[in-house]
Design a protein around this ligand. Structure first.
Ligand code: 5GP
Length: 350
């Protein structure tokens, strides 16, 4: 056993220090970024925020709404070929098709990619450290040399390097930070997300690879901090939950409206997709009722407004410079919570 003495940080442990800036308005900040990927050689242009490939958020409706603002969606792996074929050229450039590590998933994405022009593949398993995952990344890269491959999840530099060398263009970073994740509680395993992003981005960028910070953002400021820490993409589950475009019906409890949101390793997801929770595994996700939040449009604008504003505070005229312009300061308090429980939905309206 060994203990690493450095303290690792989360979003809540830091703030971005303001700096002198010549920018006059947030509207001067561009939020679209252009990328060229290391292994596929593909180019992609858009707002590098991705809805998570969870049942609730990786929906067709979400993909359509986010694509209007050039944000991407990793559609959940249960979307059918027919539904994929119904998407048009306005939406498809902002999509990833998802797969886990089983053989059926590989066959399914192969069939979809034969028929539909999707730029990216999201290879997603809870523990990206296993040797069979690296082998899967290699196999998918050999089969689809021109597709953007995003693979994860991991939280340490050496594994980011391994996945990039094996063929991933973007490595997904995050073990345990998610809003409906219970991995840290069930297994004791995890890594504070801000430090994971900083360390993984450093490893990826050294190889001309990219990283996607996945999980743990709960307010627009966290998304800004993830980019400031060096993330090239940020994946969001909980921040897109509860909207019209997320799956599930609206229901009422004590006169308040909710939607159901569950982790993809929760007992609810395992029952839905596999009929049971296997005896050898525990569920590592929870199910929650999230307040119904109307159309996702307001949330998108709120997040993009927050990023633009963060850029103006540090003098970054394009948000690709946000990370270069950022100095984080360690803090003991994030915000003044005195009226946190008095807030009404009206206060959040645009
Ligand atoms: P959020 O943005 O909600 O904080 O985090 C979303 C991320 O949580 C997803 O993209 C995925 O990586 C992770 N996640 C989703 N479901 C589960 C789950 O059941 N267990 C765990 N450990 N992580 C999950």
């Amino acid at each position: 056993m060994r203990i690493e003495p450095d303290i690792k940080l989360d979003f809540k442990d830091v703030l971005i220090r303001p700096k002198r800036s010549t920018l006059r308005s947030r509207s001067e900040v561009t939020v679209v970024r252009d990328y060229k990927f290391r292994n596929s050689g593909q180019k992609w242009s858009g707002v590098p925020i991705i809805a998570s490939n969870m049942d609730h958020t990786g929906t067709i409706a979400m993909a359509k709404a986010l694509a209007e603002h050039k944000l991407a969606t990793a559609l959940d792996k249960f979307i059918s070929l027919e539904d994929w074929q119904a998407l048009n050229e306005k939406v498809l450039p902002y999509t990833f098709v998802s797969a886990g590590s089983n053989k059926d998933d590989f066959e399914k994405i192969s069939a979809i990619l034969k028929k539909v022009n999707i730029p990216g593949i999201c290879l997603d398993i809870a523990n990206g450290y296993s040797k069979h995952f690296t082998d899967l990344v290699k196999k998918v890269r050999e089969t689809f040399p021109n597709k953007i491959i995003m693979a994860g999840n991991v939280v340490t530099g050496e594994m980011v390097e391994e996945l990039i060398i094996s063929g991933a263009d973007i490595v997904k970073v995050g073990i345990g930070p998610g809003s409906v994740c219970t991995t840290r509680v069930k297994t004791g395993v995890g890594y504070p997300q801000l430090s994971a992003i900083i360390e993984c981005a450093d490893s990826a960028h050294g190889l001309k690879g990219h990283v996607c910070a996945d999980g743990g953002c709960v307010v627009p400021g966290d998304v800004a901090k993830a980019f400031a820490a060096g993330a090239d993409f940020v994946m969001l589950g909980g921040m897109f939950a509860g909207h019209d475009e997320a799956s599930g019906e609206i229901f009422e409890v004590d006169d308040r409206q909710y939607k159901r949101f569950y982790g993809m390793s929760s007992a609810e997801a395992m029952h839905k997709h596999h009929g049971k929770v296997e005896e050898y595994r525990s569920s590592e996700g929870r199910s929650v009722n999230v307040p119904y939040r109307g159309p996702v449009e307001n949330t998108i604008l709120d997040i993009l407004g927050g990023i633009r504003s963060a850029c103006t505070y540090v003098g970054a005229d394009h948000f690709k410079y946000l990370s270069k312009c950022t100095t984080f300061i360690r803090v003991t308090q994030q915000w003044n919570e005195i009226y946190a429980h008095n807030q009404t939905n009206k206060d959040n309206a645009r």
